[in-house]
Ligand binder design. Structure first.
Ligand code: SF4
Length: 344
């Protein structure tokens, strides 16, 4: 039985017409079932026949990923650990910013990219998430935010949880198309950001996606050093990534976000800032400096606030637009993969 949370607006219209129902109420029914205004298919509805309601209930699976554990940080960040039907656990994080939430979603269980600074990277790839598991995280978290915070507006999305999103390109694409077009959600592509380490087979298909925002994790401007941090760089180097990016038209997408994880005493020198600026200044870009959030046993350390500010100042000197991303929810293990590891 297919999941209700992958049925597009058009597919649902076709199904509806197949039930002998006139178009009209299907949009409201789909919206109510997706947003949770209706928690289940009702046995009676003034605009829908009893047979159609019964068929609706029996034609689709309405199961969402189960919230296995939830932690709330003092700054409002909420971390969710979901259990999938096969027992695997994945994470989502709801981050509040100016009274609006952004939900960080996972696209894979584990990750095959093996980045040396990332907790999930130490786990290996378990499997790709199905589209309904990606969409299901969003719906489940949003419903919970409505209950906990009376948060009714549609949260934004960053694909920055477990997994390399572009390594699960087809399912990611299906999920984004659903989230942008389904009654009750209808996100604007600009409300969605995909964060990638530059997995080239996926990046080369970038223009197949709706015009969502792109964030590329560079973390070092030097190939050898970046390969130590992101082993995938040996196959898909900085040079190749930038070459692919330069082949796209960025008119509609205004800026490329370059993520720069600042690791104490490792990639925080003036030389790094200079080289980074040379690489990215040809693009309409913004650098997000992310001070490293250490996890137990991590070989890297957090840079001091003074070092972070100095690095930003060097970038600004080089005419780079840069901002420091505040790390949120530190005390609830909000960095990627840490909560899942506690409940393996
Ligand atoms: S940083 Fe992202 S791509 Fe790298 S191992 Fe972690 S989840 Fe995978």
């Amino acid at each position: 039985m297919s999941s209700f949370y992958t049925v597009t607006r058009d597919d649902f219209e076709s199904w509806w017409l197949g039930q002998g129902m006139a178009l009209g109420a299907q949009k409201r029914i789909q919206s109510a079932l997706v947003t949770g205004t209706l928690r289940e298919v009702p046995t009676f509805h003034p605009e829908v026949s009893k047979i159609a309601l019964n068929n609706l209930k029996n034609s689709f699976d309405f199961t969402l990923p189960k919230i296995f554990e939830k932690r709330v940080a003092e700054d409002g960040t909420i971390k969710y650990l979901f259990e999938l039907t096969d027992g695997l656990k994945i994470e989502s994080v709801a981050i509040s910013f100016h009274k609006k939430y952004t939900i960080c979603l996972s696209t894979q269980a584990g990750c095959g990219m093996a980045c040396t600074f990332c907790f999930t990277g130490t786990q290996g790839l378990k499997r790709n998430l199905e589209p309904h598991e990606i969409i299901g995280q969003y719906i489940a978290v949003w419903r919970d935010l409505k209950v906990m915070k009376n948060h009714k507006v549609t949260p934004n999305i960053v694909f920055m949880g477990q997994g390399e999103p572009l390594h699960n390109f087809d399912h990611l694409k299906t999920a984004i198309e659903y989230l942008c077009s389904t009654p009750g959600i209808s996100l604007g592509p600009r409300q969605i950001t995909i964060s990638t380490v530059g997995y080239l087979p996926g990046l080369m298909r970038w223009e197949e996606l709706p015009p969502v925002n792109l964030a590329v994790s560079l973390h070092s401007p030097f190939e050898i050093e970046r390969s130590r941090l992101i082993p995938m760089n040996k196959a898909y180097s900085i040079e190749k990534i930038l070459e692919v990016l330069s082949g796209f038209s960025w008119g509609r997408r205004k800026v490329i976000n370059f993520e720069y994880l600042l690791l104490g005493d490792l990639n925080d020198s003036r030389e790094h800032a200079k080289e980074l600026s040379k690489l990215i200044n040809p693009f309409p870009s913004l650098v997000n400096i992310i001070p490293f959030n250490p996890y137990p046993g991590s070989p890297f350390k957090r840079p001091s606030t003074a070092v972070v500010e100095q690095f930003k100042a060097w970038l600004v000197e080089e005419k780079v637009r840069a901002m420091v991303r505040v790390t949120k929810g530190d005390e609830i293990l909000a960095a990627c993969g840490q909560l899942a590891n506690q409940f393996k």
